[in-house]
Design a binder for this molecule. Structure first.
Ligand SMILES: NC(=O)c1ccc[n+]([C@@H]2O[C@H](COP(=O)([O-])OP(=O)(O)OC[C@H]3O[C@@H](n4cnc5c(N)ncnc54)[C@H](O)[C@@H]3O)[C@@H](O)[C@H]2O)c1
Length: 247
């Protein structure tokens, strides 16, 4: 028997990158996955890969998380009565210095990386089975100062505080709420990750001398989603190769 047989899991931003890997992993564990993204062609690609690997795709939901009603839109479109696992993964990471951040960029980041996480969790909660799981995605950049990431990391700080408070709020239903804080993960979008300089910089900052892969994050999500993690809640788990621990 697989770990998540019969569970229903929704993963935001699962058209590509880390979210797509999480969706594939949870499907391999037997979950019925609800894929969500802005881009329908990305959703279809992920769905095809999952089906080809023998997984079950319950539904594709295309929606824009910049929309303030994203939580309502998603719940209205659900084609299941109950869900068990929500992974708030979708996020954007534009790089801009403090002086360059304007209202429109700030608003987009608040909408997608923060407001959507808060209200999707709130609106989906009545549809969640007791004993369910909410897993948020933070970032290990909080451990250091990285130029250009002031808005991104400040908002990830909100996500971590929200994770702990929501865990306290809904723990009585046996629903766990945790966050994973990934280090640098090569999702194939940023060619710098594969340059000699990029590899040197990344490995220099990590205690473990191997580069971050999406599977490290999806493995951690699969664990938090499993029965074996039923007594872990309000935790922020660094999955970052020991980022900033190296001398
Ligand atoms: N890749 C990394 O190194 C890294 C490190 C730390 C944390 N993270 C976090 O992991 C999560 C996923 O990152 P990723 O690297 O896979 O990113 P990505 O850009 O590869 O994927 C993000 C997904 O979210 C979707 N998305 C973006 N804006 C949306 C919107 N308005 N509405 C709906 N969907 C939208 C995109 O279409 C995409 O499929 C993010 O929360 C990110 O902050 C990533």
């Amino acid at each position: 028997m697989k770990n998540l047989t019969g569970k229903v899991a929704m993963i935001t931003g699962s058209g590509r990158g880390i979210g797509a890997h999480i969706a594939k992993r949870l499907a391999l564990e037997g979950a019925y996955v609800i894929l969500h993204d802005l881009e329908i062609h990305l959703l279809e690609e992920t769905a095809n890969e999952i089906r080809a690997a023998g997984g079950i795709v319950q539904q594709l939901i295309q929606s824009d998380l910049s929309d303030h009603d994203a939580g309502d839109t998603i719940t209205q479109r659900l084609n299941v009565e109950k869900i068990d696992i929500l992974v708030n993964n979708a996020g954007i990471a534009p790089v801009r210095s403090f002086q360059e951040v304007d209202q429109s960029m700030f608003n987009a980041m608040v909408d997608i990386n923060m407001r959507a996480v808060f209200f999707i969790s709130q609106k989906l909660l009545p549809y969640m089975n007791d004993g369910g799981r909410i897993i948020n995605i933070s970032s290990s950049l909080k451990k250091t100062y990285a130029p250009g990431f002031i808005t991104y990391v400040s908002i990830k700080g909100f996500i971590e505080a929200f994770t702990k408070y929501l865990a306290g709020e809904i723990g009585g239903r046996g629903i766990t709420v945790n966050a994973i804080s990934p280090g640098a993960i090569n999702t194939g979008l940023n060619p710098w990750f594969e340059t000699e300089e990029g590899i040197k910089v990344l490995l220099n900052d990590q205690a473990l001398k191997k580069l971050g892969q999406p599977s490290y994050i999806s493995d951690a999500v699969a664990f938090l989603a499993s029965e074996q993690a039923s007594w872990i809640s309000g935790a922020i788990i660094d999955v970052d190769g020991g980022f900033k621990l190296a001398p």
